[in-house]
Design a protein around this ligand. Sequence first.
Ligand code: PLP
Length: 411
Amino acid sequence: PTRQQVHNFAAGPSPLPTNVLEEAALGLLNYEDIGMGICELSHRGKEFKAVIEGAEADLRELLQIPDNYTVLFTQGGGTGQFSATVLNLLAAHRQAHPVPAEEFKPPILDYVLTGSWSSKAYAEAQRLCAAPFPNCPSFGEPRIAASTKSSSWTRLPSKDEYKFSKDAAYIYYCENETINGIQFPHDKDSEEGGFPFDLIPEGVNLVADYSSSFISRPIKKFEKHAIIYAGAQKNLGPSGVTVLIIRNDLLIDTTKIQNELGCLPCLPITYEYKILSDNKSLYNTPPTFPIYVSALVLKHLIKNKGGLKGLEDINREKSQLLYETLEKAEKQQKAKLVVRDSNARSWMNVTFNIEGDSEKEKKFLEGAENKGFKQLKGHRSVGGIRASLYNAVAFESVKLLCEYIEEFCEL
Ligand code: PLP
């Protein structure tokens, strides 16, 4: 099968490498010539076991994941992890502070808010922690450790704006805000706008949502993190699988802690990291097809794209070219970049507006569509334009988009 090649700038689900899709199409029909497709095989059979083990091994190689971290493939998306992180880490905190229920003090949960997704994660923590009955303590106290909401998410906090609690159950941040186009620079330290790893109090767990920047470049200070998670549907594979990387001491038997100590919200069993880990991601039926395609993508990235270094180089080049073109348009008041701080501009999601009335932007999008530039419309909550430059977007596509911007803006 073939298809017309367009330039797909979707924010997610996003494009996948064409050669991988061709191979996956074959695997869907007739996996390794056994007369059955991958979706027709038992998740406990030897064929799928090889797929999921291969995916883990390749991910470990690509990201250089240290041995004291567990890799899991699960369902529920990034949104599922907004809940799972709260529930598992409250249990970890309770285990570390086994005071009787009468002496229980809800721990602080520190959230860094830099855009729409971290705000949603914070809202979920508030919902889950709320006291179950009047006159009860809450399960935890979500708190805003830093926020750039008042700047409409157009910048990152400066170092002196972070206020972390020294005994928080965890600190949470979103490395790349997909909707707003804002990302923590991975090559800057905290003085220059990088994430303030140096301010994290000793022993406090750090959680990062890497959904939209996973495997696009190295993860800064990997070992400072307790949990890193990502939905697959940007850089890794089809929607339906979520990757979790969890430091081993956080695989907590939450039922035991609940029974022995109490003061915990109930955790749905498929969200417990220890259950998933004890069963090697096969406690229940995993999303076999998304895991299969993700496994193929990982092989392709290692073999053909130069691994993480190769991806970093090409992703830097793609985003640089587009930002330079938009800066040129901005100088001539033809376009405006949403994120004002150039250090905080996302490599993955480039957000901008075309200057002039709303008709002008509509015209830009129509013209783009006619030229085969697809899915450039900004998220429905913020409008404007968003070009997402995930791994499978070719440099050539970005170059052609830049030429279109120059033509449309008469640069
Ligand atoms: N976090 C980030 C950064 C995202 O971009 C998204 C979705 O786009 C989510 C979380 C939510 O993920 P899901 O739709 O897989 O639940």
